[in-house]
Design a binder for this molecule. Sequence first.
Ligand code: INI
Length: 166
Amino acid sequence: MTRTQPNELPKIKSELNGVGLKIGIVFSRFNSSITSDLLQGAKTTLLASGVQGSDIEIIDVPGALEIPYAAQLLAKSDNFDALIAIGCVVRGETSHYDIVSTQAAEGINQVSLNHGIPITFGVLTTENFDQAKSRSGGDKGNLGSEAAWAAIELASLTKKRFNFKN
Ligand code: INI
């Protein structure tokens, strides 16, 4: 196998290409005023990178705690090159912030490693709504879009460098 040197890896977004990739999105409805903007950011990025609209499947769940189970359903289907988790957990709104945010993150990683599929983390965990707003299309960018770029990068890495077919 020819090994690519680290400095040859496509770190620049404009070098990433989503043509032919199949992407699943798990969208959490909790704090939907924020998560709908994250979802929009993810979809816009996927389409701009060349992913076909018909190759994007979105399923929605009530809250971030349900994301891992739904991601597992998509992973088991073997239909996707990568998955994107979209959610928003705001500390000010819940006393069990730590449980929701930690369990969501751990569950998502567990599904990813158990099923050998990249699942990128478009789940905002913030102190308050202002922080969430600025990271869902405001002055701090859009985490949904970042998660979409990461999904394209990891799916490409899996397919091109390791020749795995999902
Ligand atoms: N789910 C979230 O996605 N974000 C939150 O901030 C949140 N709060 O505040 O509690 C939240 N809770 C719901 C949780 O994810 C489950 O949907 C619920 O417990 C039902 O299982």
